[in-house]
Structure formats: structure tokens, C-alpha cells
Design a protein around this ligand. Structure first.
Ligand SMILES: Cc1cc2ncn([C@H]3O[C@H](COP(=O)(O)O)[C@@H](O)[C@H]3O)c2cc1C
Ligand SMILES: O=C(O)c1cccnc1
Length: 345
């Protein structure tokens, strides 16, 4: 698999950053999480005056063979229909990207349809959908490696365009099933606790989904290494997101982590390269039932708790103004000395 050179940023600047934050006109620590974020972003960028430039949200789209098992309320055709919707500007992520100044790109990682070329669509299709992981591996080793490389190329393209803060999202009917499989295999959390309603199953539907996924887990003959779990359960859009996250970290970009699916991608990325977590800002805790457990297992403290369960990058983009506030705090707040305010602590 492609190698990534991901650094832990030099810790020396943290002292100066903390001193700058503590010297701003406020009681010590009173801007709470904003102060932690400012420290993280200044550390990533190795400066006392970090900036957020040309944010992108990338939606990786791909279909899943396991959708044949009716593990989702919707059929897989909805993946292609939603790609159209993203391109026309009518999806949840579309208005959020407009609101917060994100460039939106959709990557065809493996949609099971021939998609005509369109503005905003990047064709990196590996195959028309993964194989059904109840019967066999979702993808070959070669496809998995190619997906990591192609995902990496998307992050590099954004960086080349001047982007230093990037959000990843996904569209793929059936991908909460794939994510639950990654979560159980990579964290050891019992399968049933990793499975939820996805895009809207009722309790009978969730029981059925659990049953199908249990069968898949029992039939899994791999070695449980990260690479093997990624390829066995797929999908292409998720593996591309892993490659994109690793490349973004190598390039020193701030990575906004979205919902259940993208948190699983960050989990897999961090099992390959733990240093990737230095660059991650966990945006929100969503309503998909495994998400909170997964965040806890990763020791992640998300910024928002809005009951979102959509994906596409929506939670990540919603959290962006908070990240911006952290950066503005460093750029715009006066110090005690400059403002003539007396510091009594
Ligand atoms: C109209 C529609 C738009 C979506 N946008 C994101 N998802 C979300 O739901 C899917 C995962 O849920 P499941 O595993 O239950 O299929 C993914 O495509 C995810 O992005 C959507 C789902 C639907 C139906
Ligand atoms: O949290 C998510 O990313 C999510 C949850 C349900 C359905 N689709 C996405």
C-alpha cells in the first residue's frame, strides 16, 4: 500500500501558543474548547497566527454489494440520484457548503452507474459497486490499494489549490453496514452495539440488518488486519476517504471529521498511522447509535451534538464556524498589555 510520511508537528511551539492564549484579555481558560482548537491548529501550522484557507468538502460516492441484502431502507439507485442532487446544489451538504464558503466536489469512487461528466464531479471510479461481503470480499487487494492512492490524489489536488482545511463526507447506500463491520473488527466492540438505523430503519429493520451482518462476520475468513478489514467490508468511497485523510495529514492540513462513517474512516487511518489524529478535529456526535461509542473508544471529544444522522460531510461543515472562531481568537483578540487591561491572576 502507498506509504505516507505523517509527522507529529514539533511540540516546541505549544508553549508559545499557550502563552499567547493566556495573555489574551479573558480569564484563564475561559474560551474553553476554542482555546484547545486554537492550540491544535497553531501547532499543526507551526505558527502563532494560523489561518484557514479555501476549505473544501469532498463527498466520496460509491455503491455497496451488501445493499442487495436490504440492510438499508433505500435501494442503491439512490446513491446515483443523490450524486445528481449534489451536482445540482440541492442536497443537505450543498446549502451548508454555500453557507460556510466550502467548495464542494463529488468523487465517483464506485457508483454503480455510468455518470456523465459534470462540473464538480471527479471520476475516480474503481468499479461499479463493491461485491456483497456476505458472500465474499467487497474488493480485491489491488482495488483497495488503488482506492487509497486515488483518495490521496484528491487531498493533494485540494492542497495544490491552496486549501489547508478539508472536510470529507460520503454517499453510498449501505455504508453504515460497512462502517459497523469496520468498527466491530477494529475496536472489538460487539457487533450489535455497532449497528444502528442508518438512513432510517425501524427496530425490525435494525434486527434484520444485525442478522445479515452477523452472518457476514461469521463468514469472514481474513486476518483482521486493518488493510484486510478495509478491503473485505469496503466500500470504495470509504477506502478513498482513508487515503485522502492520510494524504491531508501528510500535507499538514486540518481535517474535519464528520459522522459515523467518516469517524470509522479516521479510525482505520489512525490504525495505519496514529499520527493522523494530530490533524483531526472531530466535528460532531451524531444520532447513529454506534457513533458515540466509537468516539468514546477513540477518546475523541466532538464539538457539536445536533442529532445529525446524514453524512455527506454535513456535521463537519456545521462545525466549521467554531473552528474559524478559534483561529480568529488568536488573530483578533487583544492581549492584556496591548489593551491596557490589568491581569490579576
Ligand atoms: C436520500 C438520502 C440521502 C442521503 N445522504 C446521505 N445519506 C446517508 O445514508 C446512507 C447510509 O445509510 P444506510 O446504510 O442506511 O444506507 C449513506 O449514503 C449516507 O451518506 C443519505 C441517505 C438517503 C436515503
Ligand atoms: O453519521 C453518519 O455519517 C450517518 C448516519 C446515518 C446515515 N448516514 C450517515
Amino acid at each position: 500500500m502507498k506509504n505516507f510520511a505523517i509527522k507529529t508537528p514539533d511540540a516546541e511551539i505549544r508553549t508559545a501558543l499557550q502563552q499567547k492564549i493566556d495573555g489574551l484579555t479573558k480569564p484563564l481558560g475561559s474560551l474553553g474548547r476554542l482555546e484547545e482548537l486554537a492550540l491544535q491548529i497553531g501547532w499543526i501550522q507551526q505558527t502563532l497566527t494560523p489561518s484557514l484557507d479555501r476549505p473544501y468538502n469532498i463527498v466520496f460516492a460509491g455503491d455497496h454489494g451488501v445493499a442487495e441484502e436490504k440492510v438499508s431502507l433505500s435501494p442503491k439507485e439512490v446513491t446515483r440520484q443523490m450524486v445528481d442532487n449534489f451536482l445540482k446544489g440541492g442536497a443537505g451538504i450543498s446549502f451548508l457548503c454555500r453557507q460556510h464558503g466550502f467548495r464542494l466536489r463529488v468523487v465517483d469512487a464506485g457508483v454503480d452507474a455510468e455518470l456523465p461528466a459534470a462540473d464538480g464531479l471527479i471520476d475516480l471510479k474503481i468499479r461499479r459497486g463493491t461485491r456483497n461481503f456476505v458472500d465474499t470480499a467487497a474488493m480485491t487487494r489491488e482495488e483497495m490499494e488503488l482506492a487509497v492512492e486515488r483518495g490521496a490524489s484528491v487531498a493533494a489536488m485540494c492542497r495544490d489549490d491552496g486549501c489547508n482545511v478539508i472536510s470529507f463526507g460520503e454517499m453510498g447506500i449501505g455504508n453504515t453496514s460497512a462502517s459497523s463491520m469496520w468498527m466491530t473488527c477494529l475496536t472489538g466492540t460487539p457487533l450489535e452495539q455497532c449497528v444502528g438505523a442508518g438512513s432510517g430503519l425501524g427496530s425490525a429493520g435494525v434486527r434484520r440488518k444485525c442478522h445479515v451482518l452477523r452472518q457476514a462476520l461469521d463468514g469472514y475468513a481474513g486476518d483482521r488486519s486493518v488493510e484486510d478489514v478495509m478491503r473485505w467490508f469496503g466500500g470504495y468511497e470509504m477506502v478513498m476517504a482513508v487515503g485522502a485523510m492520510l494524504q491531508a495529514a501528510e500535507l499538514g492540513m486540518v481535517i474535519l471529521v464528520d459522522g459515523f462513517i467518516m469517524t470509522n474512516c479516521m479510525l482505520a487511518a489512525s490504525k495505519l498511522y496514529p499520527e493522523v489524529l494530530n490533524y483531526a478535529v472531530f466535528a460532531h456526535r451524531g444520532d447513529e447509535s454506534g457513533h458515540a461509542l466509537l468516539l468514546d473508544a477513540m477518546g475523541a471529544k466532538p464539538l457539536l451534538d445536533l442529532g445529525l444522522r446524514l453524512g455527506e460531510g454535513t456535521g463537519a461543515v456545521c462545525a466549521y464556524p467554531i473552528v474559524e472562531s478559534a483561529v480568529r481568537m488568536l488573530a483578533e483578540m487583544a492581549s492584556f498589555g496591548d489593551a491596557g487591561v490589568t491581569k490579576y491572576f
